[in-house]
Design a protein around this ligand. Structure first.
Ligand code: TXA
Ligand code: MG
Length: 345
């Protein structure tokens, strides 16, 4: 299959017709959202949704998010009390937040992986909104990567994984947030973050002070509640490790590591503060932005891992960040891409 790419510029949505036609026919279309690129199918067509699992090599028990263009669509897909969902929707939608709610009979079993809940998101990206609105049905879309790889944040990375496997990719430029949405479980009494993302625990607690993080995300002895969190994820091709400590401590650990591995091509992905110190070294350096600018860091980590893989490094060293605010989402992804390994300790 040849993958066609259409580029959308300046909100000129005319050429989206072919994307909508393909989706209506049960075909796959990759498209941008504000978080990462998604691999979309008509969410109410089980045969179409099955193609997503095949193209990604995704385990069948990992449920998908349904993307909607308004709250009415959510009402049809769920049952039970929507008071809390409405409050969060008013505050954070459209945007990088996914709500897990009790599902209605309209939701195909293949979407929810056998659970009695469904995950729903209203994206803020205008192309995504337009596709859903014109299709008139929810679009099922996981991140548009091969399962296990870092999520794509631009069209060329999406093609790296899916070229030849899907008929169409809509190129809407690089994504803003760079990390997947926050998944919040509202199917239980206490709102729980199942996957940290752009909407932070601190922001959620301003609305629901009792909200918390799924303990399974923080403790290695407890299984996470979101099926997707148990899989190996975000792995670059190179061996990857984190590095932590004071700035001086990190410089010393890295210097030792370079000396001990003279035959290896090493990549460093770090804040500007640490990157600058190694800018004239033999390392391939990916500068994530200032240490204190977590929005920028978040938007750069998946891109950084992909860029270092393209440079064929043997080892990637990633700087660890603090877990406050958006740092929790950043560290959730970095711990997975490095299998929680650190150098120098
Ligand atoms: O930002 C995003 O959320 C992106 C863009 C494309 O919207 N999508 C995305 O989808 O990251 P995916 O499939 O890569 O991740 C969905 C996550 C998985 O961890 C999955 O296990 C979880 O949401 N999930 C889906 N349905 C669920 C449910 N009913 N209960 C608990 N977790 C669920
Ligand atoms: Mg994913």
């Amino acid at each position: 299959m040849k993958t066609k790419v259409i580029k959308i510029q300046d909100e000129n949505f005319n050429s989206l017709d072919q994307a909508v036609d393909l989706l209506a026919q049960g075909q796959l279309v990759a498209f941008p959202t504000e978080t990462v690129y998604g691999l979309g199918a008509d969410g109410l067509n089980p045969q179409a949704v099955e193609k997503i699992f095949l193209a990604k090599g995704r385990p069948q028990d990992n449920p998908l998010i349904l993307h909607v263009s308004d709250f009415k669509m959510l009402e049809d897909l769920t049952r039970g009390d929507l008071t809390r969902a409405r409050i969060l929707a008013d505050r954070f939608w459209p945007g990088p937040m996914t709500l897990v709610l009790k599902k209605s009979d309209l939701v195909p079993g293949i979407i929810s992986g056998g659970l009695d809940t469904v995950a729903i998101r209203l994206p803020s990206n205008k192309i995504a909104q337009e596709l859903i609105r014109r299709l008139g049905r929810p679009i099922a879309a996981p991140s548009a990567n091969i399962s296990g790889r870092p999520s794509p944040t631009d069209a060329s990375t999406t093609l790296e994984d899916l070229d030849g496997k899907i008929p169409l990719l809509v190129d809407g430029g690089p994504t803003k947030v760079g990390l997947e949405s926050t998944v919040i479980d509202l199917s239980v009494d206490q709102p729980l973050i199942l996957r940290p993302g752009g909407i932070t625990l601190e922001m959620l607690r301003e609305v629901f002070p009792e909200a918390d993080i799924d303990l399974g995300l923080l403790s290695p002895d407890q299984a996470p509640k979101s099926p997707g969190q148990k899989y190996k994820h975000y792995a670059p091709k190179a061996e990857a490790y984190m590095i932590r400590g004071s700035l001086l401590g990190k410089v010393n650990k890295l210097t030792d590591f370079i000396r001990e591995n003279p035959d290896k091509k090493i990549g460093l992905m770090a804040s500007s503060q640490l990157s600058d110190i190694f800018s004239n070294s033999n390392l391939e350096v990916e500068d994530l932005g200032p240490w204190e600018d977590l929005d920028q860091v978040a938007s750069m980590i998946f891109k950084g891992l992909r860029d270092l893989d393209r440079k064929n490094v043997d080892i990637i060293i990633v700087e660890a960040f603090s877990e406050d605010g958006l740092g929790l989402a950043i560290m959730n992804r970095l711990k997975k891409s490095t299998a929680n390994r650190y150098i120098g300790e």
